[in-house]
Design a binder for this molecule. Structure first.
Ligand code: 5AD
Ligand code: SF4
Length: 360
């Protein structure tokens, strides 16, 4: 097994079969895979781990994804939108801590007032940071006009997870209606790329009904799409969602975690110069999740800067951490995780995707 994996890792091009073999690897050969990914990361994107301050701007969402605790149908969630003043406070905190970039994430709220409001916020954030703070949006699917308006206002990065690249699986984890179409999601991602965003996507790993072949296809999808950034992590069940009923079909949380590490490592090998996040979901399933993700090839972390009082209402999945920690405490932990992984906290670095730079 070790020699098979060694052989695969020495190749330049990876077939679906190769990727499946890598996803199935365990023990010593798994360590080879992780080590190779770390080498490649250091060689192509360096030792720095970039910071993105995450603002969970609003949990108002019009969608009903079967996996997500924030789905419109979950009446237990108290809905909120962070005030402009609070956003600016978080922005000043990020700026003060020498983060060169922030992420604004929220549920999907496509009404025109919200779209323009976000435009105003983007302009304000750019202005108050002397046009230095880079803004990533992670707001979901919108019309091209909205994406263009935000781009023109100064947001140059967008994260829209495809969730699964398999249309059939996509259908099993979303309602069968016109607001949850795989084709629309794909087109939205294409539109973002066309407009000129640094475009990121990602998938959930260990979903019910998902196979190893599906995950291999997800990685191939990201390679073929030529993404600039990726945020992906384990699927974590949530009791107030329709997928909860399938929890007995799931791999153990430990297995989902290891599978996610492999996904990160393989993606790093397939796409050497993209940015890959060590996601919160990784940290949720393992107390050293962030550090392990970095050692598997991730080079971005996203400390949560959402005002404390809102955090208990942004529970996408069970046991999401950080609801009871203040930002200072969290930052210390991030720095420790990065250093323990043998890397350097990338304060002051905007961390533009190298892949984006070289394809432009
Ligand atoms: N487990 C893990 N990730 C989830 N997401 C939504 N629900 C879950 C869950 N139960 C992810 C989706 C979405 C992002 C905001 O959170 O990939 O795009
Ligand atoms: Fe809404 Fe996003 Fe959750 Fe889907 S995953 S229900 S779009 S917040």
């Amino acid at each position: 097994m070790v020699s098979t994996i060694k052989n695969i890792l020495s190749q330049k091009y990876f077939s679906k079969e190769d990727i499946v073999a890598l996803l199935k690897t365990e023990g010593d050969s798994l360590q080879l895979l992780l080590d190779k990914a770390l080498d490649i990361k250091r060689c192509y994107v360096g030792n720095y781990v970039f910071y993105r301050g995450l603002i969970e701007y609003s949990n108002v969402c019009g969608k009903n994804c079967f996996y997500c605790g924030l789905r419109a149908g979950n009446e237990k969630v108290a809905r909120y939108t962070v005030s402009d003043e609070e956003v600016m406070e978080a922005v000043r905190f990020a700026y003060g801590k020498d983060f060169a970039s922030i992420v604004i994430q929220s549920g999907e709220n496509t009404n025109a007032i919200n779209v323009h409001h976000i435009t105003d916020l983007i302009k304000r954030i750019r202005q108050e940071s002397n046009h230095t703070l880079e803004i990533t949006l992670s707001l979901g699917e919108y019309e091209e006009e909205a994406y263009q308006e935000w781009f023109d206002a100064g947001a140059k990065r967008y994260l829209l997870r495809i969730e699964s690249s398999n249309d059939n699986l996509y259908r099993k984890i979303h309602p069968d209606d016109s607001s949850h179409r795989f084709g629309d999601r794909f087109s939205a991602l294409k539109t973002l790329q066309k407009i000129g965003y640094q475009t990121g996507t990602g998938v959930m790993i260990g979903l019910p009904f998902q196979t190893i072949e599906d995950l291999a296809d997800d990685l191939i999808f990201m390679r073929d799409f030529n993404i600039d950034m990726c945020g992906m992590g384990p699927y974590i069940e949530h009791p107030d969602t329709p997928l909860w009923q399938f929890r007995d079909l799931l791999l153990s949380q430990r297995e989902r975690f290891v599978l996610s590490l492999k996904m990160i490592a393989i993606l790093r090998i397939l796409m050497k110069d993209i940015n890959i996040a060590a996601t919160t979901a990784m940290q949720t399933l393992n107390p050293n999740g962030r550090e392990k993700a970095i050692r598997a090839g991730a080079n971005v972390v996203m400390p949560n800067l959402t005002p404390q009082k809102y955090r208990e209402n942004y529970l996408i999945y069970e046991n999401k951490p950080g609801t009871d920690k203040d930002a200072g405490e969290t930052l210390f932990e991030f720095e420790k995780n990065i250093k323990d992984a043998g890397e350097i906290p990338g304060y002051g670095l905007s961390g533009t995707s190298k892949h984006f730079q070289s394809r432009n």
